[in-house]
Design a protein around this ligand. Structure first.
Ligand SMILES: Cc1ncc(COP(=O)(O)O)c(C=O)c1O
Length: 397
């Protein structure tokens, strides 16, 4: 199809249209549904951190910060990574601040992937990965995550991961803790990925935005801590989820200096830099607000339990997440096979919004029966959603 003035979009971005989040949030507004779709909290981040941003603006920090990010933030990221994971990165040459993890991941892909390179992703995958790979002209090779038993934990088959590697494979894009399944990869699973990466000389790009939001004593392990992996891993994280400031869009990349130089070459022409005031506030957050984050983690775990207990009573199969903001629900016990049709009808029929997992999949059967609900919401919002779903399920019987 040719490009016209009214349809000028380049071919490689056709098919992306509006994101499912925008579509479902608009549906929530239209129908007055309770929105458990998009993953943003409805409470604020730590007060002292918010005040830091306000003070920085009032204090005149309003011009371009350096492209790689303000030194105090890069130093705070280095100190945090060292203290938490024992990983050492030089703040001057191995850490780079980005406009959220989203830009960090896109810039990394654009920096290291030629057109035609293949990138392995866990499926279902976060929607921006597919678009960033298309922008680069790279090809995604999805490896499915499936429950290890009915209602169980999602995991991948090592043989499927190995079989996904071809001579064109350039990278593995790993998301752990994983959105939308809530799986946090174990050291054994990470070792499978590391062995493949080492054997085939692949780069690993990791999306670790939920690194602090793990439950039931599950601990996030960055793959960069495994032997031989620091040198081939681009770690991406973000303040958005950790500090409940998703609108600030402060992310960061930790990687060996050569990779950071490559990413800088791309990213400097994308956004160049991002709000200094927010960067300074996030530096404060990493240094001083980790107790607040621990309290957020506990409170999220309670809200996870509140929502999954409610959903189980509705009669769907609930997959207990080990981390993140999200729970996967299998709708087949309701006599429904197609989770996507169900999720699109739900705002109208039940007054609740969830996100169909199938839209994050290339293999339709992988996501078909699942819907994702977010529990990073206030108790009263979760209770209202469960009450609506309960009366909807009662009407179906
Ligand atoms: C897995 C994953 N990666 C990245 C992002 C986006 O992070 P940021 O807002 O820092 O760009 C999200 C947000 O929902 C996410 O779930």
């Amino acid at each position: 199809m040719g490009r016209t003035l009214s349809e000028p979009l380049v071919e490689r971005m056709r098919g992306y249209g509006t994101t499912i989040f925008a579509e479902m949030s608009a549906l929530a507004q239209q129908t007055g549904a309770v929105n458990l779709g998009q993953g943003f909290p409805d409470t604020d981040g730590p007060n002292a951190m918010l005040e830091q941003a306000v003070d920085a603006i009032r204090g005149g920090l309003n011009q371009y910060p350096p492209g790689p990010g303000l030194p105090p933030l890069r130093q705070a990221i280095a100190a945090h990574r060292r203290a938490r994971y024992g990983l050492t990165y030089d703040p001057d040459s191995e850490i780079y601040v980005s406009v959220g993890a989203t830009e960090g991941i896109s810039a990394s892909i654009l920096a290291v992937c030629e057109a035609g390179d293949e990138v392995i992703v866990l499926e279902p995958y976060y929607d921006s990965y597919a678009a960033a790979l298309s922008l680069a002209g790279a090809v995604r090779r999805p490896v499915p995550l499936r429950p290890d038993k009915p209602g169980g934990r999602f995991t991948f088959d090592p043989d499927e991961m190995r079989a996904a590697v071809t001579p064109q494979t350039r990278a593995i894009l790993l998301n752990s803790p994983h959105n939308p399944t809530g799986t946090t990869l174990t050291v054994e699973e990470l070792q499978v990925v590391a062995d493949i990466a080492n054997e085939h000389d692949l780069i690993v790009i990791t999306d670790e935005v939920y690194e602090h939001l793990t439950f039931d004593d599950v601990v996030h392990v960055p793959i960069a801590t495994l032997p031989g992996m620091r040198e081939r891993t681009i770690c991406v994280s973000s303040a958005g989820k950790t500090f409940s400031v998703t609108g600030w869009k402060i992310g960061w990349i930790c990687a060996p200096a050569g990779m950071i130089r490559a990413i800088n070459t791309v990213k400097q022409f994308m956004t160049f830099t991002h709000s200094g005031a927010m960067q300074l506030a996030v530096a404060h957050g990493l240094a001083r607000e980790m107790e607040w984050v621990e309290a957020l983690r506990s409170s999220l775990q309670l809200r996870r339990d509140r929502l999954i207990d409610g959903l189980a009573a509705v009669g769907v199969t609930v997959h207990r997440p080990q981390a993140t903001y999200f729970v996967q629900v299998d709708v087949r016990p309701l006599g429904i096979e197609d989770g996507e049709a169900f999720a699109r009808a739900l705002p109208h029929e039940a007054g609740v919004v969830g996100i169909p997992t199938a839209v994050f999949c290339d293999h339709p059967e992988v996501g078909r029966p699942y819907v994702r609900f977010a529990f990073c919401k206030r108790d009263d919002v979760l209770d209202e959603a469960v009450a609506r779903l309960t009366s909807y399920a009662a009407k179906r019987h």
